[in-house]
Design a protein around this ligand. Sequence first.
Ligand code: FPP
Length: 257
Amino acid sequence: MDALDKKLEQIDMMRLPRHVAMIMDGNGRWAKLRGQDRCMGHVEGVNSVRKVTELSSDLGIDYLTLYAFSTENWNRPQEEVDTLMHLIGMAIERETPDLIKNNVHLNLIGALDRMPQEAYDRLHRCELATAHCNGLTLTLALSYSGRWEIVDAVKKIAQDVKEGSLDPSQIDDATIQRCLATYDMPDPDLLIRTGGDNRVSNYLLWQIAYSELYFTPTLWPDFGKEAYADALIAYQQRERRFGKTSEQVQEDNKIIK
Ligand code: FPP
């Protein structure tokens, strides 16, 4: 039995997170440590994307949501932006047959109208080609930020109020949820951030209200299946209370069993 199998054996398949979100950080530093250009870190990072997608799909996790490019990333040097856009489009195009084979549905969220046409076309073709797949939903957040998404939701709600189809007194959590880019997904149970920083960087701000946060110093290109399994094991050791007491949670769990 190899090291990965040993770790997978420790995972309780009945208590997997339904939705895992990831902030893939540390590509630039990974490359710099090797005396390479930052972009080589992104190239290597694509392999980690493949590994976490594969393991999520194999385990039967329903949703994997990756922060591939933030609104703020547009401010990076133009050369790096161009490389990243090209890389993401090419990688997804290349992986499309495997995504279909593994029943993975690609979903895109973010201000996609800001994407270069070529990269967008490649991604959109994959979205269409995998639309029938009903296994893992792999969501790429591109040109995305949590605040952008909340502002967008507020605009939709304000429009409904203006048109008279919504009364302000009716606005509740569900109203906002319906207007988010993730309207058709459950909130993430687990948010993993690689690269050593302990922050959420404008990612899924509404949705992570009760997510378990897992920070690891491992740089994204080094984050493989074993490191992902470690995060899942750590997640399963936590008690999720959603504002209740530990005693109440244990009582609830007895009832469910
Ligand atoms: C952050 O590392 C990473 C990004 C801004 C890009 C992440 C994109 C990929 C891994 C490619 C994704 C590919 C697909 C197919 C989705 P950083 O550059 O900020 O690293 P640093 O903190 O070390 O500088």
